[in-house]
Design a protein around this ligand. Structure first.
Ligand SMILES: CC(C)[C@H](C(=O)O)[C@@H](O)C(=O)O
Ligand code: SF4
Length: 418
């Protein structure tokens, strides 16, 4: 019987042919955690008197969620992570380096065929590079760090075939929102999504990362885009990929479901409160007043996302009633934005460039929403109370929709560009 990509990755790791629903113990290739989850991991290790790490070269921490510190308690937590990282020789990316899901692949830590676990739900983002990357909790991270292993039930795979030709005002974010509308927030629970089709082949790496990031919102265990020339180009100067790292599904692989999505007539999409699958055409929401717009974060904080946004804001001023926060995914993205003149366009238009941090995405700091405020964010989640006061409402969209709406101070559908 043929195998899916995830079945092949597990087969390769444990040296025995396995299929969906088999229970396996496997070594993992990379373990990551953030300041949102590592504090609990450290306290679990301490409570259990575990003071060795199986292989610290396979562990990476990112202080990105509440960093730079917002208050004294937070500052102490960050320094506790730093102390632990120093003591155990764990690589730590500290304040301002970047948001984990942009930073880690950009630093060349991911390659196809890897089995990655991370104590953050959007770690599935790395599936854009053909890796199997699975979100875990703080206690599983403690276990994996001390033993180098974890148990898994090999997930079933849902194949999503994306076809057709998109308009220029459509990005990966609109496509994944359209998929979410069809699949729903629990539609891929415990499954891996294989994103395939002629339209996927044509998408740049930023669009692919953005789509994989949102697989978490469908309940997916992971998501994989098969390795191709676009991935090879992205990884070229970052990491050496060998032929044995790359897996493709067999023709007779067994899928639990196959879904087709045509993007020929896809219009800009928006997820309304309070769920990422409450998706509508942007047009249907046109005119809704906004208080704060956030462009960036781990879903849309890559250079290509800001290039898209800047097309709408060049030599323009945003509406005076709206705040526009720009959150580059990493220091490197910001440097490139400065070099290309994008940073200047966005600041001149009225944007505020913030450090690379999760900040407003989880209502942590720097842009928390007040009573009845409305946010238009390029992030991944719009749950009740997540981004500030529980009367605040957040809408999720693409960088295009966010940037164009900033000019008006209300939701407005971005036009197609020449
Ligand atoms: C804080 C962290 C546990 C959380 C996650 O795991 O996803 C955060 O990154 C999020 O996006 O909600
Ligand atoms: S930017 Fe938002 S979604 Fe991404 S890791 Fe941070 S909190 Fe989670």
């Amino acid at each position: 019987m043929g195998q899916t990509i995830v079945e092949k990755i597990f087969t390769n790791k444990i040296g025995k042919r396995v299929f969906a629903n088999d229970m396996v113990w496997s070594n993992v290739d990379l373990m990551m955690g953030t300041d949102g989850t590592v504090p609990m991991t450290i306290s679990i290790l301490e409570k259990n008197n575990i003071n060795t790490i199986s292989d610290s070269a396979k562990v990476v921490f990112v202080n990105d969620h509440f960093s730079p510190a917002k208050d004294i308690v937070n500052a102490n937590t960050l320094s506790c992570i730093k102390k632990f990282a120093n003591e155990y020789k764990v690589r730590l990316f500290d304040a301002g380096e970047g948001i984990c899901h942009v930073l880690i692949p950009d630093k060349g830590l991911i390659k196809p065929g890897m089995l990655v676990v991370g104590a953050d739900s959007h770690v599935c983002t790395y599936g854009a590079l053909g890796a199997l990357s699975i979100g875990i909790g703080s206690s599983d991270l403690a276990f994996a760090m001390s033993t180098g292993k974890l148990w898994f039930r090999v997930p079933e795979t849902i194949k999503i075939n994306v076809y057709g030709k998109k308009q220029t005002n459509i990005s990966g974010k609109d496509i994944v929102l359209a998929i979410l509308k069809k699949v729903g927030v629990a539609g891929a629970s415990y499954s891996v999504i294989e994103l395939v089709g002629e339209a996927m082949t044509g998408l740049n790496i930023a669009d692919r990362f953005s789509m994989c990031n949102m697989a978490a919102e469908m309940g997916a265990k992971g998501v994989i885009i098969p390795y191709d020339e676009i991935v090879a180009q992205y990884l070229k100067d970052k990491v050496q990929v060998e032929q044995e790292d790359v897996f493709y599904a067999d023709k007779d692989a067994k899928y639990s479901k196959c879904i087709d999505i045509c993007i020929d007539d896809l219009q800009p999409q928006i997820a309304c409160p309070y769920a990422p699958d409450n998706v509508h055409n942007v047009n249907d929401m046109e005119g809704l007043k906004i208080d704060q717009i956030v462009i960036g974060l781990c879903t849309n904080g890559r250079l290509e996302d800001f290039r898209r946004a800047s097309r709408y804001l060049k030599k323009k001023k945003i509406n005076e009633n709206v705040r526009l926060l720009i959150i580059p995914g990493s220091r490197e993205v910001l440097i490139q934005m400065i070099k290309e003149g994008i940073a200047e366009i966005l600041v001149e238009a009225g944007g505020i460039i913030c450090p690379s941090t999760c900040g407003p995405c989880v209502g942590g700091h720097m842009g928390v929403l007040g009573e009845n405020e409305v946010g238009l964010y390029t992030s991944s989640r719009n749950f009740l109370g997540r981004c500030g006061d529980k009367t605040a409402n957040v809408y999720l969209c693409s960088p295009d929709t966010a940037a164009y709406s900033a000019l008006f101070g209300y939701i407005k559908e971005p036009h197609s560009q020449k």
